[in-house]
Design a protein around this ligand. Structure first.
Ligand code: FRU
Length: 499
C-alpha cells in the first residue's frame, strides 16, 4: 500500500472483504437471507425505511465462526430477494471495540437511527479487565451510518443497583405517546435476566423507568433480545432465555424463545402475562425480532441457527441464516405464525394430490425437492404413527414422526448417515407436544436446501431446524403404520431474478 494512503477503517475493510469474497447466491439457500460470506447471528434493526424493508444482522465477515461483531445489512421489497448493502457498523470505538451487539432501528426526521450494544473489555480501576455492555446510537440515510458523539447513550452507570454491566444488551426502541421507549436485557446479581425499560424525549438522554419483566428462574438465566408489541388486543413480550433446563414439555433445554402474552400495565410499566408459550419448538430458532409494516402486518424474523449446534459441513463458507419472515397474530393464548404471503409469488411447478390413501410407505408423483412449500392435510390415521421423510436418498433422510396416541411430533436429523462430518449436534432428535384439537392434522413445511420450517395447524405451533445434506437427496416419502388418508400440495419456490 502507498504509505501516503490513509489506512482503511474497520468498516471499509469489512465492506471490501465482503465485496471480494462474496459467495455466489446460487451456492446459498434460495429464499432465506444468508450472509454474503462468513458468520451471521441475530436479526437486528428489522424495520421499514424509505420504501424498503431493512434487515441488519450480527455479522463476522472474516470466518464462519462468531468474532468481533459488525452489523451486516440487506434490504428487500418482496421478502424473496434481498439486496446486500455495505456493512453498517464495525467495532471501531473504545466503547464497542469488542463488538457491535444486537439492537434495533427507528426512523426520526427522515433518518434511520440504529440502537445497538457496545461491547468492550475495559480496564477497571484495579487494573483488571472487565466486559462492559452499554447502549449506543448511530444515525444514517439507509446506507451509511455515523455513530453518535453522545455514545454510550445509556452507560453502564445508568443500570439500577445490583445489575451487571457485563450483561446489559440488545436494545429495542419504539415511539409511544410522544416519547421513546427502550427495553434491553440485563442480568441481576442473582444471575437471572430481567427486561429493563428506559424512556427518552430525544433518543439521546435516557432515564431508567421500570423493570418490565423479571425471570423468576423458570426459564433459564439471562434473557436476550427482547421485543414488545401490541397485537390483537394483547401485549406480547418476546425474549430469548439462555440455559433453559427442565421448563416443561413445551420448552426444550438450552437456548430458547418465549412469548409472554398478556397486558402491559401502563401505570407500573410492567408486563402482566396471562400465558408464556415458546415461539418455536425447533433446534434452530433464536433471537426473534419483529417490525410493523405500513400495511399493518406485524412480521417476525429469527436467527435460524443455534448456539449449541455446529453441524454445517466444513467446506461451507457461510454460517447462519434468517427464518423466512412470518406474519403474526394473537388468537387467545397463542401466537400464530404464517409465512408472509409474498411467498406465493414464487410458486412454480405446483402438484396436488387429494384423498390419497397410504398403507406402509409411499412416494407421490411430482412430490420431491429441497426448495418447496409443502402442505399436508392428514385427514385420518388408523394406526399409531405417520411419518414424513424429507431430503431422502437411499435409506437416509430427515423425518417428522407424528405419534397420534401420544400427540407428539418428533423431528430426527440423525439418520442422514455419513453425508456430512458432524461437528457437534447437541440433540439430533427433538420432540414437541402437538396441541391441535380434533383428528385432522394440518402440516405446512417450508424447505430451503438445508432448513425446514414446519407450521402446524395454520401456524399455531412451529418447528424450525437446519440439516446439511447434499442437494441430490431430494426425495420425499410418507409412511403410515396402519392407514392414512391425506391431501398433499407442493409448490416449488423459484425466486424471480433481480437486476
Ligand atoms: C444473542 C446474542 C445477543 C448479543 C449477540 C452477540 O444471540 O448473544 O444477546 O447481542 O448475540 O452476537
Amino acid at each position: 500500500m502507498n504509505s501516503h494512503e490513509p489506512e482503511a477503517t474497520r468498516l471499509e475493510r469489512a465492506t471490501a472483504y465482503v465485496h471480494d469474497y462474496s459467495i455466489p447466491k446460487g451456492e446459498r439457500p434460495v429464499y432465506h437471507l444468508t450472509p454474503p460470506t462468513g458468520w451471521m447471528n441475530d436479526p437486528n434493526g428489522f424495520s421499514f425505511f424509505d420504501g424498503k424493508v431493512h434487515l441488519f444482522y450480527q455479522f463476522h465477515p472474516y470466518s464462519d465462526a462468531w468474532g468481533p461483531m459488525h452489523w451486516g445489512h440487506a434490504t428487500t421489497e418482496d421478502f424473496l430477494s434481498w439486496q446486500d448493502l455495505p456493512v453498517a457498523l464495525a467495532p471501531d470505538m473504545l466503547y464497542d471495540c469488542d463488538g457491535c451487539f444486537s439492537g434495533t432501528a427507528v426512523t426520526r426526521d427522515g433518518c434511520q437511527v440504529l440502537f445497538y450494544t457496545g461491547n468492550a473489555r475495559i480496564k477497571t480501576p484495579d487494573g483488571a479487565r472487565a466486559m462492559v455492555q452499554q447502549q449506543c446510537m448511530a444515525e444514517g440515510d439507509g446506507m451509511h451510518y455515523v455513530k453518535s458523539p453522545a455514545n454510550p447513550v445509556i452507560s453502564a452507570d445508568q443500570l439500577p443497583a445490583g445489575y451487571l454491566a457485563a450483561d446489559f444488551r440488545d436494545p429495542k426502541v419504539w415511539k409511544e405517546d410522544g416519547r421513546y421507549l427502550l427495553i434491553a436485557g440485563a442480568r441481576a446479581a442473582d444471575g437471572l435476566g430481567h427486561i429493563l425499560l428506559y424512556e427518552s424525549e430525544n433518543l439521546t438522554d435516557w432515564r431508567f423507568a421500570s423493570v418490565l419483566a423479571a425471570n423468576d428462574g423458570r426459564f433459564g438465566d439471562m434473557w436476550e433480545c427482547p421485543d414488545l408489541f401490541s397485537l390483537g388486543g394483547s401485549d406480547v413480550l418476546l425474549a430469548s432465555p439462555m440455559h433453559v433446563k427442565d421448563a416443561g414439555p413445551h420448552f426444550h433445554d438450552g437456548y430458547g424463545t418465549l412469548a409472554m402474552i398478556g397486558s402491559l400495565n401502563r401505570e407500573r410499566m410492567a408486563m402482566e402475562p396471562r400465558t408464556v408459550v415458546p415461539v418455536d419448538y425447533g433446534h434452530d430458532f433464536y433471537a426473534p425480532q419483529t417490525t410493523l409494516l405500513p400495511d399493518g402486518r406485524r412480521v417476525m424474523v429469527a436467527w435460524m441457527q443455534a448456539w449449541e449446534n455446529f453441524i454445517k459441513p466444513k467446506t461451507q463458507k457461510w454460517h447462519g441464516m434468517m427464518t423466512f419472515p412470518r406474519e403474526l397474530h394473537v388468537e387467545g393464548d397463542r401466537l400464530v405464525q404464517q409465512p408472509v404471503r409474498e411467498l406465493e409469488a414464487a410458486y412454480t411447478d405446483s402438484v396436488e394430490h387429494y384423498g390419497v390413501t397410504i398403507t406402509g410407505e409411499a412416494e407421490l408423483s411430482g412430490i420431491r425437492g429441497r426448495v418447496l412449500d409443502l402442505e399436508i392435510d392428514l385427514l385420518s390415521l388408523e394406526g399409531p404413527q405417520f411419518v414424513v421423510e424429507l431430503a431422502r436418498r437411499d435409506r437416509k433422510y430427515v423425518s417428522f414422526t407424528w405419534n397420534q396416541e401420544r400427540r407428539i411430533m418428533t423431528f430426527d436429523r440423525g439418520a442422514v448417515g455419513d453425508y456430512y462430518e458432524t461437528r457437534h449436534d447437541a440433540s439430533a432428535v427433538q420432540s414437541f407436544p402437538v396441541t391441535a384439537d380434533g383428528p385432522e392434522l394440518h402440516l405446512r413445511f417450508l424447505l430451503d436446501t438445508c432448513s425446514v420450517e414446519l407450521f402446524v395447524s395454520g401456524g399455531k405451533q412451529t418447528f424450525t431446524s437446519t440439516f446439511y445434506v447434499p442437494l441430490e437427496a431430494d426425495g420425499i416419502a410418507f409412511r403410515a403404520d396402519g392407514r392414512a388418508v391425506m391431501n398433499v400440495r407442493k409448490h416449488t419456490i423459484k425466486v424471480p431474478e433481480t437486476a
